[in-house]
Ligand binder design. Structure first.
Ligand SMILES: *Cc1c(COP(=O)(O)O)cnc(C)c1O
Length: 355
């Protein structure tokens, strides 16, 4: 190796703060060092010890028979949809769902399915709403309902968490209706910290679960799909078909494993800082509305487009990046590379802005 690990990523020398997404984190020196020591092999032949170890580890954690490592959460979700549906059938989800809005139309392209959308509350849907959307099995004029997908936490819904009670109700309904239930758990690690729920609870309630290592946990790449042995056997073929078979992926699996062991609890810091950002934002005169801050996402709305421009300019001048979500809504997302020092700086800036 011809350069020290610390130089692999750029160190922030000036106070540049990126609150665009929790996907912007870079691996720490300790994580990179752990990665370089990973034993690897060809995972397309299922001979990468580090990938196999990660899959076994997360399957056990969630009480599922098997797991499969994926390059992205999108591919893990798309594979799940393919496992549970046939072309022409229909998936029930919230109108904010990532699988509907942000996977490039993949559900229709890869699986030939349509989505029956529910206008839930901050991306969350209820058992009663789902029940209404299920097409009668013998009514052949309508698409056959074949899958229900929940998201926890919700992305477009601003990091909202489901209650265990509602998940249990939905699980019960799906069992009665003989419908598989998939969880898009890209930020399930956040939800589990925020609601003190365990992986095994989700393992019991859902047929398949996608989890992500490259958001709050801070690994560079990777997601996993969890489910029965039979489902994961099929998923292996779908993943191959989608081009997601990777060779010495053990380096990435090692990062994911390290992140679970060392980073999961740190999400509490992201949640606290997000709450504090929300409180500071609410003090600004120009703010019309702040969505509840349940985890690491802060969504707020300004009173006019003019104010939005001046707020964005004020942030830019101070080297603080955030994202505009359209229709006057703005978003901060906290993450593990958003340090306490940066947080104090942003809080101070928010106190000084006149809006
Ligand atoms: C980020 C995200 C995904 C997957 O994203 P990738 O960028 O493909 O890893 C899936 N669902 C939700 C809710 C997300 O926020």
């Amino acid at each position: 190796m011809d350069r020290p690990l610390g130089q692999v990523y750029a160190v922030n020398r000036t106070m540049e703060v990126n609150l665009i997404s929790d996907t912007v984190t870079r691996p720490s020196v300790a994580m990179l060092s752990h990665m370089t020591q990973a034993p690897v092999g060809d995972d397309v032949f299922k001979e990468d010890p580090s990938v196999n170890a990660l899959e076994a580890k997360v399957a056990t954690m969630f009480g599922k028979e098997a797991a499969l490592f994926f390059p992205s959460g999108t591919m893990a979700n798309q594979t799940a949809i393919k496992l549970h549906t046939q072309p022409g059938e229909q998936v029930i989800c919230d109108h904010y769902a990532h699988i509907f809005n942000y996977e490039g139309g993949g559900a229709s392209f890869n699986s030939g399915v349509s989505c029956a959308l529910i206008e839930g509350e901050r991306g969350r849907i209820t058992a009663a709403q789902i029940k209404e959307k299920i097409n009668p099995a013998d009514f052949y004029h309508s698409p056959k309902t074949s899958l229900v997908v929940l998201e926890n936490t919700t992305n477009k819904g601003g990091g909202a968490c489901y209650s265990s009670t509602e998940i249990e109700r939905i699980h019960q309904l799906c069992k009665e209706e003989n419908l598989p239930l998939h969880l898009d758990g890209a930020r399930l690690w956040n939800a589990m910290r925020a609601t003190s729920t365990s992986p095994s609870f989700y393992g019991e309630q859902f047929d398949t679960i996608s989890i992500c290592f490259s958001k709050g946990l801070g690994a560079p790449i990777g997601s996993a799909l969890l489910g029965s042995k039979e489902h994961m056997q099929k998923a292996l073929r779908v993943r191959k078909m989608l081009g997601g078979g990777m060779r010495q992926a053990g380096f990435l699996a090692a990062a994911a494993s390290y992140a679970i062991d060392h980073h999961w609890e740190d999400l509490d810091n992201d949640h606290r800082r997000a709450k504090e950002l929300g409180e500071a934002v609410l003090q600004l005169n120009g703010v019309r509305y702040l969505a509840p801050v349940d985890t690491n996402i802060v969504i707020f709305e300004l009173k006019s487009p003019l104010l939005e421009t001046s707020f964005m300019d004020a942030m830019k001048e101070r080297s603080i990046q955030l994202i505009g979500m359209g229709s006057g809504k703005l978003r901060f997302v906290t993450h593990r590379d958003y340090t306490e020092e940066q947080h104090n700086y942003v809080m101070d800036c928010l106190k000084k802005i006149i809006l």
